[in-house]
Design a protein around this ligand. Structure first.
Ligand code: ADP
Ligand code: ZN
Length: 594
C-alpha cells in the first residue's frame, strides 16, 4: 500500500485518493475479488490501474468501447506507464508495440474489447495475467440498455484462466443489476464497495418546456467557451438542435446512431479533442464520453428513467469542478415515455418496473423541495437540503390544490374528455376562443372559474395531475381524461397537495446563470489561456485529446499558484514525474513569460 501511495503521486500526479479509492485499491492489492460501484467521475480507473503497476505480470482490462480504450492507453502512456490495446483499429506498428511489450514483460495493462476475448484463447493462455479488470461491468446485465452479449465471455475466461482475480467496476447500482453482475462475472460473492451517489459539484435544475430552443440557446450562451452535451429524444432533434445553435455562433455538432459511422467518429473525436464543443446527441452518445471537463449536460427532453437521468447528468464535471445540469420537461415527453414503455417488447413485470422508474423521475421534475434529496432518496441515501439545486436556491411551496384539481378535472368531464390541454386551460381562465364559442363551452359552469391562476400555472397543475396519475392523456388525440384515482378528489373526500405553480412572468431565467468556474483576476485568465494554447500544441502534435496532456484542473492550479521551478510544478495536482519531464519546461516558460 505504501508503494501504491507513492505511485499515486509520482505516476498519476495526485496528492491523495478520492473518497473510496484507497479501500478499493487496498482490497485489490490483497488479491480479493471486488465489485466496486462508484459514481461517474469517482475515479474508477485508478482503482485497477494503480494495483496493476504494483503487481507482477499484466492486468487484462475489459472495456466496451474502442475510443475509450484508446484514450485510456494514451493517458497511461503520457504518465510513463506501458499500456496497450488490441483493437480492430490498430495499425501494424501499434500491434508490434503491444506484442513486443508483452514479449519482454514490460506491458502492465492490456485493454481488450469483450468480443476479442473469445477469439484470442491462445494469446490469453500464454500471458501472465494477474487480474481481470472489468470496466462498465453493467454491460453484462441483460436488462440494461447497455447489454453487450460478449461480456458473458468474461466469466468463461475467468474459469479458463484458473479462477484469476477479478475486479469489476460500474456506476449503475440498482439491486437487480448488481446481483446480475455478481452471478455472471464472479465465482463467489465478491467484496463489494458502494460509494455514495452524490455528485456535489453538479448543480441540478429542471424547467418546464416553454420554447425549449430558446431556453437551451440562452443556457448555452451563458456558458461560452465550455464543453457540454445536450441530450435529445430523437435523431432528428439532435440535428435540428445542433443547427440552431450553430446559427447562434456555438460550435455545435450532432451525434446519433443513425449517422454515417465515419462522421460520427469525427464528431466524437472533435468533442473530446477540441475545447468548447457542444454536442447535441441521443443517448447513443454515452459510455464513450470520458472527457473529464464536460461543463454542462442539458436534457432537451425528459430521459427514460431516474437511473438514466442520473447516469446522463453524471457525464458532466468528472474532474470534480463545478458543472451545470438542466432538464426540460413537458406533457408531450411524459406521453412519449409512457408510450415507449407500453409499446416495448419487455415482459409485463419489466414494464411495470419501468413505469415506476419513470414516475420517480416525474416526481423529481415536479418536486417542491431539494432535488438532490429526492434524487439520492431514490437511491436510498439520506441527505440534507443541498443548497446547490434550483429548488434550494428558489424554494417552491406546496399548496392545498384540492379545489384547483376539482376545477381542472371537471373541465375535462364537462367537455366530454375529448379535448387537449390548451382548450381546457382556455375554458378555465375564461378565454373565448373561436372553438370555445363554437362548442358553446363558454356556457359551461366551469368556464372562467379558474382566474386565480394564469395559463402557465394551469399547465403546471395539469402536468402535476398527470404525473401523479389523477388524469390521463390519450395517445392518439391527446385528450385529457379523468382517472379512477381522482374520484375521491372530485367528491371532496380527499385533500390534494401540489407544488405551487409559478406565474409565467415571475419565472426567473434561472438557466441563464453565468458560468461557474471563474478565476478571480484577469491576469490569471490570460495565463490560463496561454497555458491552454501550450497544451493544445502538445495535444495536436501527438494527436491525443487535450486533457490527456493535463486536465483543466491542473492548468487552473498552475495559473493560480504560478510555480517558478520544476519542484514547484511537481506540487500541482495532476503533474507526475513523467509529465514533468516531458512538459515541465514548456509550461514553466509560459508561466515565466507571462
Ligand atoms: P470514472 O471512470 O469513475 O468515471 P475516471 O477514472 O475517468 O472516473 O476519473 C475521473 C477523473 O478524475 C479523471 O480525470 C482522473 O484523472 C481524476 N482522478 C481520479 N483519481 C483522482 C485522484 N485521486 N485525485 C485527483 N484526480 C483524480
Ligand atoms: Zn437542493
Amino acid at each position: 500500500m505504501q508503494q501504491a501511495r507513492h505511485l499515486l503521486k509520482t505516476v498519476f500526479g495526485h496528492d491523495s485518493f478520492r473518497p473510496g479509492q484507497e479501500e478499493i485499491v487496498a482490497s485489490v492489492l490483497a488479491g480479493e475479488d471486488v465489485l466496486a460501484i462508484m459514481p461517474t467521475g469517482g475515479g474508477k480507473s485508478l482503482c485497477y490501474q494503480l494495483p496493476a503497476l504494483c503487481k507482477e505480470g499484466v492486468t487484462l482490462v475489459v472495456s466496451p468501447l474502442v475510443a475509450l480504450m484508446n484514450d485510456q492507453v494514451a493517458q497511461l502512456r503520457q504518465s510513463g506507464v506501458e499500456a496497450g490495446a488490441l483493437t480492430s483499429n490498430n495499425d501494424a506498428a501499434e500491434n508490434e508495440r503491444v506484442f513486443s511489450a508483452l514479449d519482454n514483460d514490460s506491458l502492465k495493462l492490456l485493454y481488450m474489447a469483450p468480443e476479442r476475448i473469445a477469439t484470442s484463447p491462445g494469446l490469453l493462455n500464454r500471458l501472465k495475467i494477474n487480474m481481470l479488470a472489468v470496466d462498465e461491468a453493467h454491460c453484462v446485465s441483460q436488462w440494461g440498455h447497455d447489454f453487450r452479449p460478449d461480456y458473458l465471455e468474461i466469466g468463461r475466461l475467468r474459469e479458463a484462466l484458473g479462477g484469476v482475480q477479478i475486479a469489476a467496476f460500474t456506476a449503475t447500482a440498482d439491486e437487480e443489476t448488481r446481483s446480475e453482475i455478481i452471478s455472471k462475472l464472479f465465482a463467489a460473492e465478491p467484496r463489494q464497495f458502494l460509494r455514495g451517489f452524490d455528485r456535489p459539484n453538479l448543480f441540478l435544475a429542471f424547467e418546464p418546456k416553454n420554447n425549449p430552443k430558446r431556453q437551451i440557446s440562452e443556457f448555452v450562451a451563458a456558458r461560452a467557451e465550455q464543453s457540454g452535451i445536450i441530450y435529445c429524444s430523437s435523431r432528428r432533434k439532435t440535428e435540428d438542435m445542433a443547427e440552431h445553435l450553430r446559427g447562434r455562433g456555438v460550435n455545435a455538432l450532432a451525434y446519433h446512431a443513425g449517422m454515417d459511422a465515419a462522421q460520427r467518429h469525427i464528431n466524437q473525436a472533435r468533442f473530446s479533442q477540441e475545447d468548447a464543443v457542444v454536442m447535441a446527441a441521443t443517448i447513443a452518445f454515452g459510455m464513450g464520453v470520458d472527457k473529464p471537463d464536460v461543463r454542462f449536460v442539458v436534457h432537451a427532453d425528459l430521459p427514460k428513467t431516474m437511473e438514466s437521468y442520473y447516469q446522463e447528468i453524471g457525464r458532466a464535471g468528472r474532474d470534480g469542478l463545478p458543472a451545470d445540469t438542466l432538464c426540460l420537461y413537458g406533457v408531450e415527453d411524459i406521453k412519449l415515455r409512457r408510450r415507449q414503455i407500453d409499446e416495448g417488447e419487455a415482459p409485463e413485470a419489466r414494464k411495470r418496473a419501468d413505469h415506476q422508474r419513470f414516475n420517480a423521475l416525474l416526481t423529481l421534475a415536479e418536486a417542491a423541495l431539494c432535488r438532490r434529496q429526492t434524487l439520492l432518496g431514490y437511491f436510498d441515501e439520506i441527505a440534507l437540503p443541498c443548497g446547490h439545486c434550483d429548488l434550494c436556491k428558489n424554494p417552491r411551496q406546496l399548496f392545498d390544490a384540492s379545489e384547483a384539481a376539482q376545477k381542472a378535472l371537471s373541465a375535462m368531464l364537462r367537455t366530454g374528455q375529448i379535448y387537449g390541454l390548451e382548450h381546457l386551460v382556455s375554458v378555465l381562465v375564461g378565454e373565448e376562443t373561436s372553438r370555445i364559442t363554437e362548442q358553446r363551452h363558454n356556457l359551461l359552469p366551469t368556464f372562467g372559474v379558474g382566474t386565480e391562476f394564469d395559463k402557465s400555472q394551469w399547465r403546471s397543475i395539469f402536468r402535476q395531475l398527470y404525473a401523479a396519475g389523477y388524469a390521463n392523456v390519450t395517445i392518439a388525440q391527446g385528450s385529457w381524461q379523468v382517472c379512477e384515482k381522482a374520484r375521491p378528489v372530485l367528491r371532496g373526500e380527499m385533500k390534494l397537495d401540489l407544488r405551487f405553480p409559478e406565474k409565467q412572468a415571475e419565472r426567473k431565467r434561472s438557466s441563464a446563470r453565468t458560468a461557474p468556474i471563474e478565476l478571480s483576476d484577469a491576469g490569471d485568465q490570460e495565463l490560463l489561456k496561454a497555458l491552454k494554447t501550450c497544451r493544445t500544441d502538445f495535444a495536436q502534435s501527438q494527436n491525443v485529446p487535450a486533457y490527456v496532456i493535463f486536465p483543466d484542473r491542473t492548468l487552473i492550479e498552475m495559473a493560480q499558484s504560478r510555480p517558478g521551478t520544476m519542484a514547484g510544478l511537481m506540487q500541482i495536482n495532476g503533474v507526475g514525474a513523467k509529465k514533468l519531464e516531458r512538459y515541465g519546461n514548456a509550461f514553466l516558460r509560459v508561466i515565466s513569460n507571462h
